[in-house]
Design a protein around this ligand. Structure first.
Ligand SMILES: NC(=O)c1ccc[n+]([C@@H]2O[C@H](COP(=O)([O-])OP(=O)(O)OC[C@H]3O[C@@H](n4cnc5c(N)ncnc54)[C@H](OP(=O)(O)O)[C@@H]3O)[C@@H](O)[C@H]2O)c1
Length: 334
């Protein structure tokens, strides 16, 4: 019998997540049967979507959802020997018993062997070469349809998704404007090759956009929503394209937004606005990962991780992510 730990959603989130929302429990995993494996978490991902109020995300009493990279430590499966690395959406668990062969088709697409990344850390499978990287790659290229010379705006620019979007836009020959929440973040984003970077906590958004994009914005990749988006919309060129990726500024909101209705601007500027959930491109992830890996190997795409220690600290690390403690992808080292 092996012991495992898991984080449970103890109470529904209301406003900013707090300690009382989370409960750490222990469980005993049964002895392995044929075909089963036990995987020990090596790296766990914390992501903003874990805060969303959607029934497919978290429910009180259940293990908090999330992806991890784990090492097989016991095995009765010839396909997954001890030592092999897998990535899976098994939630905030320190140790997981899995039967890979018994997975439904939907579960199976979320259970993969971590590919050989050469000298790169396997944690990248949770970041630039995983879900956030694919969000940037497909969410930007497919929905914004950037052309060389376009002016691109991305907020959350020092985060896992935003930092990749801006660099992909540069690779495609665009002019890129980024917004992030501290001087340290802005300095890093600038070092990635963004043309203009502003600290949204200190600089006026309208004034900054007038200065950086006097002729307007062609492509807006939105990670933040709310007040930022109401302002950004006023700077869109006719026939601009907007990829609605996230709205982190409103995830913890307890009141409905008081921002102006954006639809008249969408109409008058004849904008194309599309929301997405990255899994729509799941079958094309191998193509996106191969292209991103090539750009990394060629030195065209940089990444950064904020790695924090300790499975027992997951709630604290998740809460700090929502407050901007990360540069690049926030990763928990188990
Ligand atoms: N549609 C999809 O399928 C999909 C997939 C993945 C992610 N997403 C969305 O993409 C966005 C970025 O995700 P990520 O994983 O890359 O997270 P991230 O940007 O690495 O981390 C979250 C960042 O959000 C910023 N933030 C927090 N509160 C903010 C506020 N009130 N206003 C502006 N920025 C704020 C913080 O940076 P600052 O210090 O700069 O404020 C923080 O570091 C999120 O909205 C997420 O939900 C969507």
């Amino acid at each position: 019998m092996v012991k495992a730990k898991k984080w449970i959603l103890a109470t529904e989130f209301a406003g900013e997540p707090k300690d009382s929302n989370f409960k750490l429990e222990e469980e005993n995993l049964p002895a392995l049967k044929d075909g089963e494996i036990i995987c020990d978490a090596v790296y766990l991902s914390v992501d903003p979507y874990m805060r969303l109020d959607r029934d497919w995300i978290n429910s009180v009493g259940s293990v908090i959802i999330g992806e991890q990279v784990a090492r097989v430590t016991e095995s009765k499966s010839k396909d997954y020997p001890v030592g092999c690395l897998v990535q899976m959406y098994s939630g905030w668990r320190s140790r997981t018993l899995v039967n890979p062969a018994n997975k439904t088709a939907t579960e199976a697409i979320h259970f993969l062997k971590v590919p050989d990344l050469g000298k790169l850390e396997p944690s990248l499978a949770l970041g630039i070469l995983g879900m956030p990287g694919m969000t940037a790659y497909f969410g930007f290229l497919e929905l914004c349809q950037p052309k060389a010379g376009d002016t691109v705006l991305v907020n959350g620019a020092a985060g896992a998704v935003g930092s990749a979007v801006g660099q992909i836009a540069k690779i495609k020959g665009c002019k890129v404007i980024g917004f992030a929440g501290s001087k340290e973040k802005c300095d890093w984003v600038k070092s990635l090759g963004f043309d203009h970077v502003f600290n949204y906590k200190e600089q006026d958004i309208d004034k900054s956009l007038k200065e950086a994009a006097p002729d307007g914005i062609d492509c807006y990749f939105d990670n933040v929503g709310g007040n930022f988006t109401s302002k950004a919309l006023q700077h869109m060129k006719e026939f601009g394209r907007i990829s609605v990726c996230g709205g982190i500024s409103v995830y913890n909101a307890t009141q409905p937004p008081l921002t102006p209705d954006p639809f008249m601007t969408i109409l008058s500027q004849q904008l194309k606005v599309e929301g997405f959930i990255v899994m729509r491109w799941w079958t094309r992830f191998p193509e996106g990962k191969a292209e991103m890996k090539k750009w990394i190997d060629e030195g065209k795409l940089k990444y950064r991780e904020t790695v924090q220690d300790g499975f027992d600290n997951m709630p604290k690390i998740f809460m700090s992510l929502l407050k901007g403690a990360n540069i690049g992808k926030m990763i928990v080292k188990a």
